[in-house]
Design a protein around this ligand. Sequence first.
Ligand SMILES: Cc1cc2nc3c(=O)[nH]c(=O)nc-3n(C[C@H](O)[C@H](O)[C@H](O)COP(=O)(O)OP(=O)(O)OC[C@H]3O[C@@H](n4cnc5c(N)ncnc54)[C@H](O)[C@@H]3O)c2cc1C
Length: 719
Amino acid sequence: MKRAIALPLIGIVTVIIYVYGSERIPSLPELKANLAFLTAAVEDRPLTSALLYFGTYVAIAAFSIPAGALMTLAGGALFGFCGGLLIVSFASSLGALLAFLVSRLLLHDAVQRRYGSRLARFNDGLEKDGAFYLFTLRLIPVFPFFVVNLVMGLTPVRARTFYWVSQLGMLPATAVYVNAGTQLAQLDDAGDVLSPGILASFALIGIFPWIARRTLAFWKQRKVYRRWRRPVSFDRNLVVIGAGAAGLVSAYIAAAVKAKVTLVEAHKMGGDCLNYGCVPSKALIRSAKLAHQMRNADRYGLLAAEPAFSFRRVMQRIHDVIAEVAPHDSVERYEGLGVEVLQGHARIKDPWTVEITLPDGNIRALTTRAIIIATGASPFVPPLPGIDDVGYLTSDTLWERFSGLDAPPKRLVILGGGPIGCELAQSFARLGSSVTQIEMAPRLLVREDSVVSDYAHEALQADGVHVLTGHKALSCDVHGGEKAIIVEKDGVRQRIAFDELICAVGRSPRLKGFGLEELGIPVGRTVETNAYLETIYPNILAAGDVAGPYQFTHTAGHQAWFAAVNALFGTFRKFKADYRVIPWTTFIDPEVARVGLNEQEAREQGIPFEVTRYGIDDLDRAIADGTARGFVKVLTVPGKDTLLGVTIVGEHAGDLLAEFVLAMKHGLGLNKILSTIHTYPTLAEANKYVAGEWRRAHVSPRVQSFLEGFHRYMRGERA
Ligand SMILES: Cc1cc2nc3c(=O)[nH]c(=O)nc-3n(C[C@H](O)[C@H](O)[C@H](O)COP(=O)(O)OP(=O)(O)OC[C@H]3O[C@@H](n4cnc5c(N)ncnc54)[C@H](O)[C@@H]3O)c2cc1C
């Protein structure tokens, strides 16, 4: 009821003020023109003038009229620095409080009711640190004050807190403006604008946000480091925890710039990529592809043959490949580069000390100026009832377990329809397992466009994978010695018997057991970092899978550069991790490769785009190779050749993508790709042809008709 009356009333008053008031808001020249008259009025009736000014200021702030800065300058000009500051400080805070209360009264409940669940995290944050956020917003005016007043009214921040934090937070900026106002009063003619006092005051307005930001950062840092004692000197410049892609690259960079760096690895040098991820999976894919090609040799005029092979030897080859790549990531190589490598479990004891439990049980403590957390991720195992009883494999365990088998598992269930699940499903199906792949989402590779998912689905099915999308795994059990998983789709349950179950439903960052909890470093799904990859302690940074948002070897290495440089040189200059052009590939057959946006993401983000597609089924080299399937799909800015994203499905798509990655990174458009010579006949010509498709679609009809006329004229035809 209260609201039913208040809403129209406030609405009417606001409209009246805006309609009649906006024309009456004076400009700076007008203020200066009337300054003498106003000053005389203030001298004549100081109290009345101050009250009038105070009331006007409150009304302006309460009704969010955009005249606050001018009024504050006027305050300084009319009442001097101290008087102006006193009046403006209280008037602006009171006005802000009124705006806050109006917003709370009218909109708070409706907004929280409608978006409550989505705002839950935001509300929690504000409950905990609302005063600090508000103080920051007041101190660094990134948003206009009136927006802050209204938005804060929608949040759980208490009115009392809002008032005092606003008053305190706005004080420095108010002081700067009031001071500038006092100088304004001394302007006699235009030449005075160049007086040092005025210039200094306005310069202060300009640099104030920067000073405020620096002060806040300093204050925040002092707060987080307060409970720790900083060593006077350090044993190391950098300690890196984890020797996977992120850790290795960080340590490499540090050693290259002559920093004293220690790399600590608890398990195997090279991390997941070398030992359980990219390397073994790609070696497996190669053997599986060859088996597939032998089976289909008749497509090439040869005799098709069911490949006879020892699975044990296929698995042995995988371990051989790992062993051959291992020297790239070995202790010897890194020590040769100048990195101290310690085998052991690292634990961050305080912001400058890392304790390493060595294999012999001894503990070694190292003090260090900076620490990089590069602890990676481990496979996530869904908590299905009975899963421990049936036993399961993950990418961490399958390579070891399968190397003891003479034949691939007869019935294999793969849980997960993402890149890892798809690569493993196709490979083991090609090597002879009867594979069932279970995915809860309605399609495989859900991050890709649905047309890509369709390609993947068809390709896997063609290799004999029984793909069950839209199926939820419920539980596992063993009946009469037979292991099975129970799945459900549309209320219908199905029991799928298996010999081996591989969980490939995602990988969780390793966040526990090395000191994050004790240091109070916030974690969500990953370690929380800012754009410079710093945790709340600027000298403790994170890179790779543990930091997210991507989980690839090349992004881990990419982040490592930023983390290492910021860790070692951040005192002077910091770099924000750059995620603008991130490519990735799913190595199924045909490969799926992408950089930038796809259609579904562009739509979700409301980004306008044009699509150009080239079918690889038309490409000479692909036809000759018997791999004529797939496409290159390019998203561009409408009417321009600027690339927004590229998806390629086809043989060696991951390699073909490199040209577009380079183009996007360096701002080259499709015209540049079109004007580049591509060797004939190569798969890479597909890139040029898609650029050609785009060009053809953008030839101006006017130019075409002009050319037609020109050639007609040249042939000597009249009309
Ligand atoms: C099957 C599979 C296939 C994949 N294929 C690809 C692919 O084709 N392309 C691609 O780009 N990516 C691929 N990935 C992903 C890739 O492996 C990861 O993104 C990459 O390994 C991440 O590197 P990282 O340095 O962040 O972590 P990791 O490689 O996991 O390294 C982290 C290291 O930290 C160590 N560690 C953890 N805690 C401590 C501690 N407290 N003290 C000391 N050491 C510690 C761990 O032992 C580990 O060695 C694949 C992953 C899997 C599982």
